[in-house]
Design a binder for this molecule. Structure first.
Ligand SMILES: Nc1nc2c(ncn2[C@@H]2O[C@H](COP(=O)(O)OP(=O)(O)OP(=O)(O)O)[C@@H](O)[C@H]2O)c(=O)[nH]1
Ligand SMILES: [Mg+2]
Length: 329
């Protein structure tokens, strides 16, 4: 393939071997998971550049078309093309390699402000994380993965089965509780806010560091769901004025641009403080992360690249772009 693609791969390999806190396995998984997004985006652009001797406006137009078809969205695409155009005018893009590097740099800069890892400060009350998102987004699974991640960081974690809409939801969370060997607070009769209220009391009594509260993704109507989530938040503040300390919105990357619409609704109704982007494995729509970053300006805390307990990692925009631009083996 392209000479500069290969060079990029080398950089990617170095990126996984140097820092101690970035296990090789996950970077490889991310690189593999992004295969379809890469095919629809990076590889297509690579092929365009490869065929060209000169970098000109016509090439930028072709790149624009690829970007627009890759779930990146109109506004992000415009930003990229404007940036590349002005670099072209300043004669900074003399060859394919420079163009390739400029594109990567632009995308990394876009993700930089939303690369804000979740920081759980030590407090004299449990740090409460409320998970929200539509059904199937990956809330319950993310709670299971997050519990493991936090326990590995020496946090005492408890779960609250706040999805009282589906009977199976409690069982699903209990399975994750068993896998992590941690308590799950559930109440067959209570509504969501009552269960989470009980769980906050239990977590305080047992001196937990973190309480992860699951919620429903669907009620009879979307409006009901938002009203329930608002009530959950109101009830939480009765026990702690600062709770929930984090409202994590879980978004399924594979639904592309629809994720943006959903995010706006949740942001408006319940006030989201961080995002988890799931199912980045196997989707061709991974480019949505750039639209999410630019439009929502919310911290992306974690990404999910699989269904397993270890398939969740703190988000790092630089690594994400490196993985997207590196060759899959
Ligand atoms: N491939 C892949 N699948 C995922 C990921 N995260 C979650 N899933 C799968 O997505 C499906 C839905 O996940 P859930 O955790 O049940 O979603 P939810 O948001 O809790 O859904 P409701 O409880 O219906 O509101 C499950 O089959 C999960 O295994 C991911 O990062 N990658
Ligand atoms: Mg669920």
């Amino acid at each position: 393939m392209l000479k500069f693609l290969n060079r990029n791969k080398k950089e990617a390999v170095e990126a996984v071997t140097t820092p101690v806190d970035k296990p090789v396995g996950f970077f490889k998984k991310l690189t593999q998971g992004l295969t379809r997004t890469r095919q629809g985006l990076v590889s297509k652009i690579g092929t365009l550049i490869l065929g060209k001797k000169v970098i000109d406006e016509e090439l930028l137009e072709q790149i624009e078309e690829v970007l627009l078809s890759a779930d990146i969205g109109v506004s992000v695409t415009k930003g990229i093309i404007d940036d590349l155009s002005s670099q072209l005018k300043r004669k900074q893009l003399n060859d394919g390699e420079a163009l390739w590097a400029a594109l990567q740099a632009h995308l990394q800069a876009l993700l930089q402000p939303v690369t804000q890892p979740l920081h759980i400060e030590a407090m004299d009350e449990p740090y409460v994380i409320l998970m929200v998102g539509i059904n199937g987004a990956g809330k319950t699974t993310t709670i299971g993965k997050l519990a493991k991640y936090l326990q590995a960081d020496n946090k005492k974690v408890m779960l609250a089965a706040g999805d009282t809409f589906r009977a199976a939801a409690v069982e699903q969370l209990q399975v994750w509780g068993e896998r992590n060997q941690i308590a799950v607070i559930a109440n067959a009769k209570g509504d969501s806010s009552a269960v989470i209220y009980d769980a906050m009391q239990a977590a305080t009594a047992r001196q937990m560091d973190v309480l992860l509260a699951d919620t429903a993704g669907r009620l009879h109507t979307q409006r009901n769901l938002m009203e329930e989530l608002k009530k959950v938040k109101r009830v939480m503040t009765k026990l702690s004025p600062n709770a929930p300390h984090e409202v994590l919105l879980v978004l399924d990357a594979s639904i592309g641009q629809n994720a943006l619409t959903q995010a706006m609704q949740f942001k408006e109704a319940v006030g989201v403080t961080g995002l988890v982007i799931t199912k980045l494995d196997g989707t061709a729509k991974g480019g949505i992360i750039f639209a999410i970053a630019q439009t929502l300006q919310l911290p992306i805390r974690f990404i999910g690249v699989g269904e397993g307990i270890d398939d969740l990692k703190p988000f790092n925009g630089e690594d994400f772009v490196t993985a997207l631009f590196s060759e899959n083996e």
